[in-house]
Design a protein around this ligand. Structure first.
Ligand SMILES: Nc1ncnc2c1ncn2[C@@H]1O[C@H](COP(=O)(O)OP(=O)(O)OP(=O)(O)O)[C@@H](O)[C@H]1O
Ligand SMILES: [Mg+2]
Length: 166
């Protein structure tokens, strides 16, 4: 039984993340999408919203699980009795920090292997930060995020609109 953890902030989940998770399901028996608590001081989506989005997208995929974690990633991976950390590589720019993180995690947890996967080409330029930026400036994000994320982004925009009016 090979269990993998895919950690990240997923604020919000994008089609790039989904592509990596799908690929992971072909390699591992089970993949845990592990959402990191408190990475950013002010995330756009609350922890609960981020969990709901992943659950919604993978509701028909019993081998994809969603969880949240705090503290050291290797401690979480050990606690979950997982073998592998999955990370996505978009471009050369991801490489240096991912390389450092993988080596540090190997030092902290020598039995845990980090596996890197590349997304389909059309997703290589997508990041959560970019999605939030483009959407807030009025750009189309359809096709870059799942429908549920597009819907929730629009809801947030409406709510923000109401706040500004009052
Ligand atoms: N489009 C993508 N293709 C492949 N891997 C990705 C993609 N977007 C993110 N990842 C990977 O998913 C993991 C979790 O990333 P994270 O939650 O930081 O997403 P992000 O899009 O980089 O968000 P942010 O813009 O907030 O940093 C990382 O390994 C990251 O490299
Ligand atoms: Mg990132």
């Amino acid at each position: 039984m090979k269990l993998a953890v895919y950690p990240g902030s997923f604020d919000p989940l994008t089609n790039g993340h989904i592509d990596i998770i799908e690929r992971g399901t072909h390699l591992f028996d089970r993949i845990i999408v592990a959402i990191l608590v408190n990475v950013e001081k002010s995330p756009l989506f609350s922890m609960q919203e981020r969990v709901e989005i992943v659950k919604d997208v993978f509701k028909n995929r019993p081998t994809v699980e969603v969880d949240t974690f705090d503290g050291l990633l290797v401690d979480y991976v050990t606690r979950r009795k997982a073998d592998v950390i999955v990370r996505g590589l978009r471009a050369l720019s991801d490489f240096e920090s991912e390389f450092q993180m993988a080596l540090m995690n190997r030092r902290l947890g020598p039995n845990i292997e980090t596996v890197f996967m590349m997304p389909a080409e059309q997703y290589t330029y997508i990041s959560s930060r970019m999605i939030k930026e483009v959407f807030s400036l009025g750009g189309q994000v359809r096709g870059l995020v799942p429908d549920v994320v597009e819907r929730r982004l629009k809801e947030k925009q409406l709510m923000k609109g109401n706040v500004n009016v009052s």
